[in-house]
Design a binder for this molecule. Structure first.
Ligand code: 5GP
Ligand code: MG
Length: 176
């Protein structure tokens, strides 16, 4: 008996169509200025690269990495492991995240960057688990709302595995 099951939740074609729609929405909001897409490592890799390819405008890319420690308190602490290389003052910035779960990580990153005077600061997230929210924050551009289940694939890992999968799957441990 395998110790876990993986069931496809969102297939690759559906993800691609949705990211294309998100790119159209972003273009419409940008007043023909060049945005900086900030990928949150590592989970956003496929989403950032697909979103970038779907955009019909020029865009820059940069990366941040954060680690959240959610303990028994309602909000955890977030540590920045890698900060931006570029100056975002006066620029349109779009944080590109894999998933908003409790909301702790993305709200911390928004607060961290907003004091650097970007012209605008928006959040694009491929996935959201609204039922898991502890900090009230929503993406400006959202791919899919999903149930409160652990998912892997399309950048999302379980112990660093499965990030390469071209689809999103629900990962469940088999009950023994
Ligand atoms: P939050 O701070 O919103 O609770 O969680 C943000 C981070 O937790 C995400 O960027 C992601 O790395 C991780 N995370 C939350 N839910 C899931 C999930 O269902 N699967 C995986 N693989 N990671 C998740
Ligand atoms: Mg992440």
């Amino acid at each position: 008996m395998p110790d876990h099951t993986m069931d496809v939740l969102i297939d690759h074609a559906t993800i691609s169509r949705r990211i294309s729609d998100m790119a159209r929405a972003i273009e419409a909001d940008l007043e023909s200025e060049v945005p900086i897409l900030v990928g949150i490592l590592k989970g956003s890799i496929h989403f950032l690269s697909d979103l970038g390819r779907h955009l019909r405008i020029d865009a820059e890319m940069d990366f941040m990495q954060a680690k959240s420690y959610v303990g028994t308190e309602s909000t955890g602490n977030v540590r920045i492991l890698k900060d931006l290389d570029v100056d975002i003052a006066g620029r349109h910035v779009i944080l590109v995240e894999d998933i908003i779960d409790t909301g702790v990580t993305i709200s911390h990153l928004v607060a961290h960057l907003s004091i650097r005077s970007p012209k605008s600061l928006r959040v694009a997230s491929l996935l959201s688990k609204p039922d898991a929210r502890k900090v009230q924050i929503e993406a400006d551009y959202l791919g899919f709302s999903i149930p409160n289940e652990f998912v892997v694939g399309y950048g999302l890992d379980f112990d660093e595995r499965y990030r390469n999968l071209p689809y999103i799957a629900i990962y469940r441990r088999s009950s023994d």
